[in-house]
Design a protein around this ligand. Structure first.
Ligand SMILES: *[C@@H]1O[C@H](CO)[C@@H](O)[C@H](O)[C@H]1NC(C)=O
Ligand SMILES: *[C@@H]1O[C@H](CO)[C@@H](O)[C@H](O)[C@H]1NC(C)=O
Ligand SMILES: *[C@@H]1O[C@H](CO)[C@@H](O)[C@H](O)[C@H]1NC(C)=O
Ligand SMILES: *[C@@H]1O[C@H](CO)[C@@H](O)[C@H](O)[C@H]1NC(C)=O
Ligand SMILES: *[C@@H]1O[C@H](CO)[C@@H](O)[C@H](O)[C@H]1NC(C)=O
Ligand SMILES: *[C@@H]1O[C@H](CO)[C@@H](O)[C@H](O)[C@H]1NC(C)=O
Ligand SMILES: *[C@@H]1O[C@H](CO)[C@@H](O)[C@H](O)[C@H]1NC(C)=O
Ligand SMILES: *[C@@H]1O[C@H](CO)[C@@H](O)[C@H](O)[C@H]1NC(C)=O
Ligand SMILES: *[C@@H]1O[C@H](CO)[C@@H](O)[C@H](O)[C@H]1NC(C)=O
Ligand SMILES: *[C@@H]1O[C@H](CO)[C@@H](O)[C@H](O)[C@H]1NC(C)=O
Length: 531
């Protein structure tokens, strides 16, 4: 036994006697397989006589002031800080599990010991997320179970949603007790876009999985059909576009329905060019998602195709014989060459037509009968045919022939032989009347409405007859007028006031004389005769 060994023995013996403070920081130390571990001490680094580390009963290293002796089995695997006694051991292998002891004998021959148990852990590796179903899920219909697997010892798991820890709510998001299984019930489209990470680790190290995300199919939703133009009535030949959109992943396919029957179109948008009545009706699109297998129908587009009115005309029924007032009847029909008529309106001279007993419209308003036409019936007739897409009018100018009526002659009753004479004859007539003249029944030359005698003679005295004739109505009207032609001056002076007064006085005097004579005669009669 050399001195060194003797001292050691002595110290060990005294250590048993003396109480010892634990000079190791931790009584349990974990290390990772293949990596180094440090046994940290609380030793203050003061001078000591000897320092040794043992693994069980096996000596690892012994140090004195001057020398450090590492056991052969630990060469290259041990580093010792001679000052603090800290030992670094590694790379670790499974056989390193066990109890380690540090013994320091101070110069004061105090023995300090520390014990620590080393656990060699497997390193964390191969952190992987697997999911069930593995690739795709359907929103609201699927549950997704994510399982995190990893190699390593004493692993704990955490889940990250992008950078934020996943918080299990116990209802839709459920974590198992070990924390390595995350169940997502009724998975929603945004749930697993994260990306989601699993982090596995123990006290010493941790590792994060690769990013995981999952496509969650959803929809179709918000299936909206838009009609352009929006009007519910379209003219034949117009163009209309029906566009369908939806929220869906993957994109929806579309099936178009017209009046409940499927169309051949499957595009999101269809254009109907040159529409006709057959295109009228209701339209819907049905969006289909091949993954979710859901069909959703859109709102309905509804329109009617109406043929615009073309070629409105008013035609007269029957022969186009001229109308004669108070005699003729007329029947007019209003028709269009094409188009569906929704309403008909008649006007005369721009004002709504007034019906009466004589002026009758058919129920359908397509026929106008006027019986016993009157002068006032003449004018511009229009019928306005209307439907939801347009309106178009036809017109008819009605001419009513009449007369002559209300014949009148205007002229002087008497003229002097030197006077110019004008006799005017007028009659209301359509078309304009022709005139003929007679004197005392003898036909005269003029055929105008005005009869003019530039230089009358006594032979022009007599009864003038004017006859107006309407060649169309075959109506005639006559009137007479008497004219006296007098010698010059015959009509000139009328009686003056003085003359009239003289005549009156003369008459009165004459009357007085007559009265006087009569009185005288009577007196004579009253006086009794002498006989
Ligand atoms: C020992 O100390 C070092 C540095 O202070 C530290 O990194 C190491 O984790 C400690 N070892 C243990 C087992 O606590
Ligand atoms: C030993 O540890 C002490 C305290 O931590 C440090 O100051 C010193 O540098 C270390 N010595 C060696 C050789 O590593
Ligand atoms: C991840 O975060 C998104 C957005 O914050 C959230 O909508 C989704 O539900 C989260 N997923 C999980 C599994 O927590
Ligand atoms: C995750 O999402 C990104 C983009 O959002 C995409 O490029 C990638 O393919 C996705 N990965 C998986 C596994 O779905
Ligand atoms: C759509 O049109 C079809 C065929 O005309 C009809 O049976 C159905 O009732 C219409 N639907 C609606 C909601 O009007
Ligand atoms: C969704 O769930 C319903 C019943 O809940 C089921 O009938 C349907 O087949 C499911 N759809 C898919 C795509 O799994
Ligand atoms: C118009 O007259 C025709 C022929 O006289 C007749 O057939 C028709 O019914 C009449 N219409 C009306 C609306 O009175
Ligand atoms: C009447 O109709 C014809 C065509 O049918 C048209 O040329 C004419 O201008 C119309 N007249 C009036 C006054 O509307
Ligand atoms: C016409 O008749 C009137 C009266 O009968 C007579 O005075 C006049 O001379 C006649 N005129 C002519 C031209 O015969
Ligand atoms: C015209 O009227 C006259 C008598 O008023 C008659 O004799 C004649 O036949 C009529 N002419 C026509 C074309 O009606």
């Amino acid at each position: 036994m050399d001195f060194f060994n003797f001292r050691l023995f002595f110290l060990l013996a005294s250590a048993v006697v003396c109480c010892s403070a634990d000079i190791l920081k931790n009584d349990k130390v974990k290390g990772v397989l293949g990596k180094n571990v440090k046994f940290n001490t609380t030793f203050d680094g003061s001078e000591y006589l000897s320092l040794s580390w043992n693994f069980g009963s096996v000596n690892i290293v012994t140090a004195s002031k001057v020398k450090v002796a590492i056991a052969n089995a630990y060469t290259d695997r041990v580093k010792l800080n001679k000052t603090t006694g800290m030992m670094e051991l590694g790379p670790l292998n499974a056989a390193d599990n066990g109890m380690y002891q540090l013994i320091i004998v101070t110069q004061e021959l105090q023995t300090l010991t520390g014990d620590s148990e080393l656990k060699v852990l497997e390193p964390v590796s191969s952190v992987t997320i697997t999911s069930d179903p593995p690739k795709e899920a359907v929103e609201s219909n699927s549950s997704v179970v994510l399982t995190c697997t990893a190699k390593g010892s004493f692993l704990k798991y955490t889940w990250l949603n992008n950078t934020v820890p996943v918080v299990a709510d116990g209802k839709r998001l459920i974590l198992n007790a070990d924390g390595n299984i995350l169940s997502v019930k009724d998975v929603q489209r945004w749930d697993l876009r994260g990306p989601i990470y699993c982090r596995a680790g123990n006290d010493l190290e941790e590792e994060t999985s690769a990013a995981f995300n999952m496509t969650v199919s959803y929809g179709p939703e918000k299936v909206v059909l838009v009609q352009t133009p929006t009007s519910s009535v379209l003219a034949t030949g117009a163009m209309v576009t029906l566009a369908c959109s939806s929220v869906s992943s993957p994109d929806a396919t579309y099936q178009w329905m017209h009046n409940g029957a499927p169309m051949k179109d499957t595009t999101a948008s269809i254009t109907l060019e040159n529409v006709n009545e057959k295109n009228s009706g209701n339209y819907t699109c049905v969006a289909f998602n091949a993954k979710t297998k859901r069909y959703i129908a859109s709102n309905m587009a509804l329109f009617t195709v109406i043929e615009p009115i073309k070629g409105t005309t008013i035609t007269r029924v029957g022969a186009a014989t001229p109308l004669i007032a108070k005699d003729s009847s007329i029947q007019l029909t209003c028709k269009a060459v094409a188009g569906t008529v929704a309403s008909t309106k008649w006007t005369k001279d721009g004002v709504d037509l007034v019906v009466s007993e004589r002026v009758v419209l058919s129920k359908k308003m397509d026929m106008l009968n006027i019986s016993m036409v009157q002068r006032e019936d003449a004018g511009l007739y229009k019928c306005v045919l209307k439907n939801a897409v347009n309106s178009l009018e036809g017109n008819y100018t009605m001419v009513v022939n009449y007369g002559p009526e209300g014949i009148k002659m205007v002229g002087p009753k008497a003229v002097e032989i030197t006077d110019r004479v004008e006799i005017k004859c007028t009659a209301e007539s359509y078309p304009v009347a022709t005139y003929s003249w007679k004197l005392n029944g003898t036909k005269l030359e003029p055929t105008t409405s005005m009869f003019i005698i530039e230089q009358p003679s006594f032979r022009d005295t007599g009864t003038y007859t004017c006859t107006a004739h309407n060649p169309l109505t075959n109506g005639t009207a006559s009137s007479t007028h008497t004219l006296a032609v007098k010698e010059e001056g015959a009509l000139d002076e009328g009686l003056s006031g003085g003359a009239i007064a003289g005549i009156i006085i003369g008459v009165l005097i004459a009357l007085a004389i007559v009265i006087g004579v009569v009185m005288h005669m009577r007196k004579k009669k009253d006086i009794p005769s002498p006989y």
